[in-house]
Design a protein around this ligand. Structure first.
Ligand SMILES: Cc1cc2nc3c(=O)[nH]c(=O)nc-3n(C[C@H](O)[C@H](O)[C@H](O)COP(=O)(O)OP(=O)(O)OC[C@H]3O[C@@H](n4cnc5c(N)ncnc54)[C@H](O)[C@@H]3O)c2cc1C
Length: 366
């Protein structure tokens, strides 16, 4: 089995496959312990039943979500016993990839895949260091990857958001260190502030192409409005990194023959929050399960994996797309609606509900 990309999608797939006894090659073009522009917020969907211990990586726990629009008072949505856990991506991703290595995966970091070739018998992967042959290929190369050219899939959906994010030591006396803040003042998106222990992670995101060039100015205004005091404000804001978030599109296909796309490479981020870690990890689990049945000869290809994703998370992601359309069309009304307890209860459920991905043998009969 060959897995390309050691983020949460590829890392979890490699870990699961290795624990199940498969021979796994895990390739990543960057060094182990690389950072990734990301809020590092793990909803219960992401952290529940996680494969490796995370407790020592958690730098803050947010037990509530504050939602507001501009200077209006925030509405607080309690998350009960299921907080959002804050981690640093370099530590989180390293923990998973290291566990995959300890379980037996052959981990090659600093090795970029440059070409792939898939046919009915197997896969061939070319990197800057060599050529490898395997029975199944899992492509988890993230948002910027262009590797899908080698597999017979229709062009991907181009539904995406653009986000700008930075994390640095800061004080924030006007904010709560145990809550996340979402501010819906940005057209087609929002601004966020995530507590990270002695640091804060702030960012802005939008689906609107015409707003994207203004994101840096909007981030500065948000930091000003929230009273977050970075030690070196100008330098910190200048260091903010922009990235594309590929949002879920139900028309996209994610498996072709013995190859499959996972996580951001598959466009699985939710169209409202841009949450993607939970889907990355869930796609890693589902892909590993189907790949094992291919290896055992129970299934001919990775089709069941795509079906599992549709059944396990399709409804949630379609619902989030619908909510995004409604909220971005009427942000003021949407935030005001949260003053009603039933609306807050629904929002709390949406933030914490886990995915239910069935094992591949059940999927095949659905
Ligand atoms: C600004 C921002 C904030 C976000 N905040 C959150 C958040 O708070 N919570 C949340 O749930 N989601 C968040 N997301 C989304 C989340 O970061 C992604 O959905 C998630 O990282 C996807 O994981 P992945 O494993 O698919 O890809 P990645 O984590 O991007 O990993 C892909 C890996 O593939 C490697 N790779 C790429 N090309 C090659 C190649 N050719 N050869 C070998 N290796 C290759 C890369 O080096 C990388 O290590 C955010 C996204 C952005 C941009």
């Amino acid at each position: 089995m060959i897995v390309v990309g050691a983020g949460p999608a590829g890392g979890i797939a490699a870990l699961r496959l290795s624990r199940a006894g498969a021979r796994v090659l895990l390739l990543d073009k960057q060094a182990l312990g690389r950072d990734k522009p990301c809020g590092g917020g793990l909803t219960p969907r992401a952290w529940m039943d996680f494969e490796v211990p995370l407790d020592d990586l958690v730098v803050a726990r947010a037990g509530a979500v504050d939602v507001r629009r501009g200077s209006a008072a925030a509405v607080s949505i309690g998350l009960g016993t299921r907080p959002v856990l804050m981690v640093r991506r370099r530590d989180f991703d390293r923990r998973i990839a290291t566990a995959a290595g300890e379980a037996g995966a052959d981990l090659h970091d600093r090795e970029a895949v440059t070409g792939i070739d898939v046919d009915a018998r197997g896969v061939r992967v070319t990197s800057n260091r060599g050529v490898y042959h395997g029975s199944v290929l899992l492509i988890a190369s993230g948002a910027e990857g262009s590797l899908r050219a080698g597999i017979p899939l229709p062009a991907p959906a181009t539904n995406s958001a653009v986000a700008l994010e930075v994390e640095a030591p800061a004080r924030a006396d006007q904010l709560h260190a145990d809550r996340v803040l979402f501010d819906y003042s940005i057209s087609g998106g929002y601004a966020w502030a995530f507590p990270k222990g002695d640091a804060w992670n702030v960012g802005v995101v939008t689906v609107r192409r015409d707003i994207a060039p203004r994101l840096r100015a909007l981030l500065g205004a948000f930091v000003e409005a929230t009273g977050i005091e970075f030690a070196q404000r100008q330098r910190t804001l200048a260091a903010a990194q922009g990235r594309r978030i590929p949002l879920h599109d139900p028309r996209s296909r994610r498996a072709a023959g013995r190859a499959a796309l996972l996580g951001d490479a598959a466009g699985l981020a939710d169209p409202f929050f841009g949450e993607g870690i939970a889907q990355a990890a869930a796609s890693g689990r589902a892909a590993a399960a189907t790949a094992m049945s291919v290896l055992r000869g129970e299934q001919a290809d990775m089709t069941a994996y795509d079906m599992a994703l549709q059944l396990g998370m399709g409804a949630h992601l379609r619902r989030m797309a619908w909510i995004a359309r409604a909220v971005y069309a009427m942000p003021r009304l949407a935030v005001r609606a949260l003053s009603l307890a039933p609306a807050r209860a629904v929002a709390g459920r949406l933030a914490t509900e886990p995915f239910r991905l069935a094992p591949p043998h059940r999927r095949a009969t659905l």
